[in-house]
Design a protein around this ligand. Structure first.
Ligand code: SF4
Length: 569
């Protein structure tokens, strides 16, 4: 019943635990689990699949941690801040469990255990089970086993405390002490075998989702993430993802289209295609086919043999054919893998959002080389121009890293100048995170934290001006938005006057009058969920539906609009 993998498979006493699990099955009518999902959208999809698997196995999901028999924490370990957040979440769950529900089992899954698989039990001994990124479909078994282990731990704890009590009462010479001496500390032995956390981690992850896997979406009803591949074949020098998520495994186009069809039938209005590198989609299938062909013919591998192999462009073409009114948004592309065919496809597919997410990370040639980004400044600049020329109205989102080892003032100035010239519609800036186990982590010339933050501030200050100009350029334009929710005047006031977003600018309008209206919150084609701006819309409209609006104002990053079409909810 238990499927343990990796170096830690011998960590427990299987027979006693199996008995405990079967006893639990007789005793428990059903179990309840709560899930805490941290990290990126790719991790969120894994959480959704875990919830689906749990529900299928008859395990109830609760938002109330105090009622849960097991709490699952799906973690991130990409950079230092993500690791801190993951560890904090686990420690908070331990505190909560110890004060509110002592028999609750804690299960830590995802990138953190995958990355630190060697010393998990020492790092977080309070946890009952750890699972890597491959165990998504096996979570129900893990919950049962973790709950059983928790029960055993509590029994053992109380047995030990009874023994300690007896020892105290007998002045330290009681039968428990004598018995332990005789049997060479069985209590300690027991602790080491039975009480050690369960660990299910596959060293080389292989899992990819499929359309048939039960999935319970945790995003709002009207949008969904669609994971088209898992893992990454790049070896960027700052990144641990390939070590954590394994090599790239693409889903078949048929499987992705089947899932997209089901999501659209379920009312989804926006499909967000995700992978570590969406533009590398299909490349592993090409390699696999070439290997299979070589094995069948006995011939040596003859290159990639791209004939008929799936590509992102081909996939977009297939998704475009699906009936229904929806957007397709492509996230996480890599500048090295864009093709003319892909640009042409996006230009020709009206359902594909005029939005390109293309993390460039830097523009200085030396830094790109040290980052091992497989791309050069002239390629990036040329690609951006090509995209802008071929896709009118496109918005380009990028992310950059400042303070990478060896980034001199001059390298940074080059990046700053590039950001000013390229005028990205959306920009994310990260300070370089020093990560053990990466090539960049061993590089000399690490930049001090203070200097990284200074560079980040300079970039964000420039970008704020650019974003404000871009937002102002929308004034008077008619755009389509996806309505995400109803807003209150308070929310609008807060959003519109926050120091984070800048003051609202509505020509000719009096803010107090504006605040008397009903407000909706939506997103335009050039705003990805959670990371980009919003459109505040005056009026009433059904949530989860598209609306045509006219832009009447803006903040530094958001737009303010009124409904064009008269339709009341
Ligand atoms: S492309 Fe580079 S940065 Fe992105 S996941 Fe792969 S290795 Fe990490």
């Amino acid at each position: 019943m238990r499927r343990l993998k990796g170096d830690h498979a011998d960590n427990l006493a299987p027979s006693s635990l199996s008995v405990a699990v079967s006893e639990l099955g007789k005793r428990e009518k059903h179990l309840r689990a709560a899930i805490i999902s941290l990290g990126c959208a790719k991790n969120l999809v894994d959480s959704e699949l875990m919830v689906g698997a749990l529900l299928c196995a008859g395990i109830e999901i609760t938002n109330d941690q105090a009622r849960a028999d097991a709490v699952i924490i799906n973690t991130c370990a990409f950079i230092k801040s993500a690791k801190t957040e993951s560890i904090d979440a686990v420690l908070e769950a331990v505190d909560f469990r110890d004060s509110r529900r002592r028999r609750q089992a804690l299960i830590v899954v995802g990138c953190f255990p995958q990355r630190y698989r060697e010393n998990l039990a020492a790092l977080l001994p309070e946890v009952e089970a750890f699972a890597g990124t491959d165990e998504v479909g096996k979570i129900a078994d893990l919950v049962r086993e973790a709950v059983a282990l928790r029960a055993m731990r509590l029994r053992e704890e109380s047995r030990l405390s009874r023994g300690a009590q007896r020892t105290r009462e007998s002045g330290g010479h009681g039968p428990d002490r004598a018995r332990r001496r005789q049997h060479r500390e069985p209590a300690t032995e027991m602790k080491r075998t039975v009480l050690t956390p369960l660990v299910m981690i596959n060293r080389w992850p292989e899992y990819i989702p499929c359309a048939d896997a039960p999935r319970f979406r945790l995003t709002p009803h009207h949008y969904a993430y669609l994971k088209i591949a898992e893992g990454c074949d790049h070896r960027c020098s700052f990144c641990v993802i390939p070590q954590v998520r394994g090599r790239q495994r693409s889903r078949t186009p048929e499987d992705i289209v089947a899932e997209a069809r089901a999501l659209i039938a379920d009312g989804v209005r926006e499909l967000n295609l995700i992978a570590q590198d969406t533009t590398a989609y299909g490349r592993d299938i090409v390699r696999r086919r070439a290997r299979e062909a070589a094995a069948a013919t006995g011939a040596a591998l003859a290159g990639l043999g791209a004939d008929g192999a799936p590509t992102l462009a081909m996939l977009l073409g297939e998704l475009q054919k699906l009936p229904g009114d929806f957007w397709i948004r492509v996230l996480y592309t890599h500048p090295a893998h864009w093709t003319d065919e892909l640009i042409k496809t996006i230009a020709n597919c009206p359902k594909v959002a005029r939005y390109v997410d293309i993390p460039i990370q830097h523009i200085n040639d030396l830094i790109l080389h040290r980052m091992r980004r497989d791309t050069r400044p002239e390629h990036i600049a040329g690609l951006l121009q090509k995209i802008r020329d071929a896709i009118p109205g496109v918005a380009i989102r990028t992310t950059v890293i400042v303070g990478f080892p060896g980034e001199t003032d001059q390298c940074f100035e080059e990046l700053l100048e590039f950001v000013k010239c390229a005028r990205f519609e959306r920009l994310g800036v990260f300070t370089y995170s020093h990560e053990e186990g990466t090539v960049a982590g061993r590089m000399a010339d690490q930049v001090p934290e203070k200097e990284k933050r200074r560079r980040m501030r300079l970039l964000l200050r420039e970008q704020r001006k650019i974003a404000r100009d871009i937002a102002a350029s929308f004034l008077g334009r008619r755009i389509r938005v996806l309505i995400e929710g109803n807003g209150s005047n308070d929310m609008f006031r807060h959003a519109a006057f926050s120091s984070e977003h800048g003051s609202i600018r509505i020509p000719g309008a009096i803010s107090s009058e504006i605040q008397q209206h009903d407000w909706l919150v939506g997103r335009s084609e050039i705003d990805a969920p959670d990371i980009d701006g919003r459109v505040y819309v005056r009026g009433k409209w059904p949530v989860g539906e598209f609306a045509n609006v006219r832009v009447i104002g803006h903040t530094d990053y958001d737009l303010v609009a009124e409904l064009e079409t008269a339709r009341q909810s």
